[in-house]
Write a protein that binds this ligand. Structure first.
Ligand code: PRX
Length: 633
């Protein structure tokens, strides 16, 4: 069996084989890799506990499969191209040989600072090659990395440090983002005031701004590297040893640490990268995500490097110093595969096609989308103006928990259908169920999206709380993984993702739990109760709309609204700041005391049609007040 699918017939055959005999299928893919010890059993699982083991008792190190496996042929091939925020500044090209040495040197530095196999290391860094090196160095020594998006607040960072009891934080002095310079180290300092686990902080000099360095705790990156050898013998890891933890929001409580393990994640990210993007040996591939999200983990760092690809990392933002920056980069490096989010497409669409016309995009072969449903208008704009009508557009559906792309066209192989994630990858068995969990077979059906069989890169647990993993993903529908998304299978059998069906809002492709934002709002001393909902937003996909009761406050609603927005920004980060805050006299509640969010969603969407029956509410009178307050009367 070839690893790379080359035709629709290959796809059908491989898909069939992957369902009939998944163990045989995945063992053949896994045979591409070097193993210190082969597995005893490919898969052991039950979705009841839940317990999933791939490649049982095998031993390996993921980085050996990037370096030792590929160096004989890839030593001088560019592994990472780094384009800095400042378009005039020099880029960096790192070959596989150089990346290997950098990884080994940093691995030795981590060990010298006391990091051992199994220790948790937080990476809170800008988009610089050192961030990728840090991830790989952790994997090399068997430390578990947890990358935290550098836009999160000190409180959010502290919560994550405390949850995984991290021993070390890797960060930078500052972080360039467009025309901003974010003082990252200062955020770390503030976070560390409320945590007790971190022993050492290693700080990369990026912006050169003055930072406080605490003696005995904080070390400069260069200082840590001094005298370290660029050779390092990879730590043998069990297939199911933790590779990383990545925190993500859900519909309840604080963000949870999604756990990914070594072998299954390696096999699936490699396989999905090669097939979805149809990467060819000399291609230059660019994914615009941040390494703080799963897309950055799987499709900037691990998948592409395991496939021996040249992967581009961009430090900046799409509109700095001009709205054609993305296209300038495509031209500069002759990018062949370009992978971004619908929110970026919509934001660039606003500038029209003039910024695109200035640059030569003829190198592009494949364009991709991820993170949220792509609306048809954005799909067509992207396809016609960026892809010039002849690049396959891969609309890739997946999640932090799935580790890799689950449902997507394979570029140039699966016929393109606008706004459809289309068909599952081999090894992925999605089903649509109704509210009772009954599978809706056949075409032209719509319901909740579940996965009924394990795949190698699936979530293993939520760090430190296995029950939460079971409750969140495996309890809604017995014997299935529930995605939290709605989906539709059309008359051709192609899948279209309809968005979240739970209390998760997708803002610019970033997941936000309504409960998380409400908890932040409730920290305001004058807020008695709050409710947060999502509403359709032209650029961001969804925006955050908050309703808050602030009885007895002397402050004007305008002052309270602004204070609440700033508070959320401070507690979680700028991405969680509500677009709208409405001070209300009450929240619509059912007789059992549950907030009726359906009504709030209607108000936030400024659409009062089909408001439904409100007579069963405990307090129907507040609905009129809320509608009036929103200026909709
Ligand atoms: O609702 C789906 C949406 O993003 C959610 C996962 O978010 P996160 O874990 O942050 O991962 C984002 C990057 C993989 C999903 O539950 N989503 C992701 N990709 C798509 C999508 N919705 C529709 N179409 C997509 N292609």
């Amino acid at each position: 069996m070839k690893t790379k699918i080359q035709s629709l017939r290959d796809y059908s055959n491989d898909y069939h084989e992957s369902v009939v005999d998944p163990e045989k299928f995945w063992s053949k893919i896994a045979d591409n890799f070097v193993w210190k010890k082969k597995w005893d059993k490919v898969l052991d699982w039950d979705f009841e506990t839940p317990k999933v083991t791939w490649f049982e008792n095998a031993e390996l190190n993921l980085t050996e499969n990037i370096f030792e496996r590929l160096l004989p042929t890839h030593e001088n091939k560019t592994a990472i191209i780094w384009e800095p925020n400042d378009s005039e500044a020099a880029p960096i090209h790192l070959t596989y040989g150089e990346l290997f040495k950098a990884t080994c040197t940093f691995a030795n530095a981590l060990k010298a600072q006391g990091v051992k196999k199994g220790d948790r290391v937080i990476i809170y860094m800008p988009m610089v090659p050192e961030a990728a090196v840090a991830m790989l160095a952790c994997a090399r020594i068997g430390a578990v990395h947890s990358v935290v998006f550098a836009g999160f607040s000190a409180t959010a960072l502290a919560d994550r440090i405390n949850d995984c009891e991290a021993k070390m934080v890797l960060t930078s002095d500052g972080n360039y983002r467009g025309n901003k310079n974010i003082p990252v180290k200062a955020v770390v300092d503030e976070a560390l005031d409320t945590t007790q686990f971190v022993e050492k902080v290693i700080v990369l000099k990026r912006t050169g701004e003055k930072v406080e360095m605490k003696k005995g705790r904080d070390f400069w990156w260069d200082e840590a590297l001094e005298g370290q050898s660029d050779r390092h013998e990879a730590e043998p890891m069990n297939a199911e040893d933790l590779l990383f933890i990545l925190y993500t929001s859900g519909s309840t409580g604080k963000p949870k640490g999604v756990v990914h393990t070594t072998a299954g994640y390696m096999v699936f990210t490699y396989y999905s990268f090669l097939n979805v993007f149809q990467y060819d040996t000399d291609d230059v591939y660019w994914c615009t995500a941040d390494i703080g999200w799963i897309t950055g983990h799987s499709y900037i760092v691990y998948g592409p490097l395991l496939a021996g690809a040249t992967t581009l990392m961009f430090e900046g933002v799409p509109t700095y110093p001009h709205p054609g920056r993305f296209w300038e980069i495509v031209e500069k490096y002759k990018v062949n595969q370009f992978y971004t989010a619908p929110t970026a497409i919509r934001a660039l669409q606003v500038h029209g096609t003039a910024p695109l016309e200035k640059f030569d995009l003829s190198s592009l072969k494949v364009i991709g989308s991820v993170g949220e449903p792509i609306n048809e208008e954005a799909w067509h704009w992207y396809h016609e103006n960026v892809g010039k009508g002849n690049c396959p557009l891969v609309d890739t559906w997946w999640q932090t928990e799935t580790g890799g792309i689950m449902i997507s066209p394979l570029a140039g192989i699966t016929p393109n259908k606008p706004a459809h994630a289309s068909l599952p990858l081999p090894g992925v068995q999605p089903i649509i169920v109704d509210a009772e969990g009954v599978e809706l077979t056949g075409n032209n059906v719509e319901g909740n999206l579940c996965i009924k069989y394990p795949w190698p890169s699936m979530i293993r647990t939520t760090y430190g709380d296995h029950q939460r993993c079971k409750d969140t993903y495996f309890s809604t529908y017995k014997g299935m993984y529930f995605t939290g998304d709605g989906a539709k299978r059309d008359h051709d059998g192609y899948l279209r993702i309809l968005g979240r069906v739970d209390d998760v809002i997708n803002v610019s492709g970033h997941r936000m739990g309504t409960a998380e934002v409400e908890n932040a709002i409730d920290e305001h001393p004058e807020v008695i109760e709050s409710a947060v909902v999502g509403y359709p937003h032209e650029i961001k996909g969804q925006g955050i709309y908050a309703f808050a009761i602030c009885d007895g406050s002397d402050k004007s609603p305008e002052v309270l609204e602004e204070e609440i927005k700033q508070l959320v920004r401070k507690i979680i980060g700028p991405i969680a700041k509500p677009e709208h805050v409405q001070i209300v006299s009450g929240l619509p509640k059912t007789r059992s005391g549950k907030i009726m969010r359906r009504i709030l969603r209607k108000v936030a969407s400024r659409d009062l049609s089909n408001l439904g029956d409100i007579s069963t509410l405990l307090n129907p009178e507040v609905v009129e007040d809320i509608i009036k307050g929103a200026g909709l009367d």
